[in-house]
Design a protein around this ligand. Structure first.
Ligand code: IMP
Length: 196
C-alpha cells in the first residue's frame, strides 16, 4: 500500500495552485505527480454531504479513469453553533465570484450572539485503481472573531483564530499557518501512513 519513488499519483483537481502546493509538499518523496486537470479529466459534481464523501468521490472518479492511484482533498469551515455549516458548502458560500468577505459576513450574521467555536477540516482520500481507499482527516479548532483581521490567506482565514494563538490565520505568514493548519495535519497522517 506504500507509495514509493517513481510511483505515479494523480491529484483529483483542476486547481493549478493546489497542484503546485501539493507537489512542493511531497517533493522529498520523488513521486511522479500530475493532476486530473492536466490530463483533461473533468471534475465530478460534489454530491455528498460530508468532506470524506466528496473527497472519496473525486479520488475514485480520477483513479477509475486514469488507472493510477489518485489523491483528492476536500476542506472547509465547520461552525459548531451553525450545525457544522458552511461545512461542505464553504466554497459555495463565496458565490460565483468566490467573494469570501461576503461569506464571512454571512457566517457572522447567522452567528449573532451564539458561541463562536469553529473547526477547519481537511480530508484527504487516496484511491487505488482496484477500488481500495484510505482517508486522512486533519482539523484545526479555534474561534471566529469579528471584525475580520489580516490580509494574507484566503477563504475564511481572516475571521479564524486557531486555538493557542491570538492572531487570525490571515495575520500569519503561510509558514506560521502551517504550524496548526488542518491541511498540514491531514498531510502528516498521509505521509506517515503511505510514504517511506
Ligand atoms: P475546496 O476543498 O477546494 O472545495 O475548498 C473549500 C473551501 O473551504 C475553500 O474555498 C475555502 O472557502 C474554505 N477553506 C478551506 N481551507 C481553508 C483555509 O485554510 N482557510 C480558509 N478557508 C478555507
Amino acid at each position: 500500500m506504500k507509495l514509493k519513488v517513481g510511483d505515479t499519483l494523480i491529484l483529483a483537481t483542476h486547481n493549478s495552485g493546489k497542484l503546485k502546493e501539493i507537489q512542493a509538499l511531497l517533493s522529498p518523496y520523488r513521486l511522479n505527480i500530475d493532476s486530473s486537470g492536466n490530463l483533461g479529466i473533468e471534475e465530478p459534481e460534489e454530491t455528498e454531504n460530508t468532506f470524506a464523501g466528496n473527497a472519496l468521490l473525486k479520488a475514485e472518479y480520477t483513479a477509475t479513469r486514469t488507472g493510477h492511484v489518485s489523491l483528492a482533498d476536500d476542506s472547509g469551515l465547520a461552525v459548531h453553533s451553525l450545525d457544522g455549516l458552511p461545512g461542505v458548502y464553504s466554497a459555495l458560500w463565496g458565490g460565483p465570484d468566490r467573494d469570501f468577505s461576503m461569506a464571512c459576513d454571512k457566517v457572522n450574521r447567522l452567528l449573532g450572539g451564539k458561541p463562536r467555536d469553529a473547526t477547519f477540516v481537511c480530508v484527504l482520500a487516496v484511491v487505488w485503481p482496484d477500488g481500495t481507499s484510505k482517508i486522512f482527516k486533519g482539523q484545526s479548532n479555534g474561534q471566529l472573531v469579528w471584525p475580520t483581521r489580516g490580509e494574507s490567506g484566503f477563504g475564511y482565514d481572516s475571521m479564524f483564530v486557531p486555538k493557542g494563538d491570538t492572531r487570525t490565520y490571515a495575520q500569519m505568514t503561510p509558514i506560521e499557518k502551517t504550524q496548526t493548519s488542518h491541511r498540514t495535519r491531514a498531510f502528516q497522517l498521509f505521509k506517515k501512513s503511505l510514504l517511506r
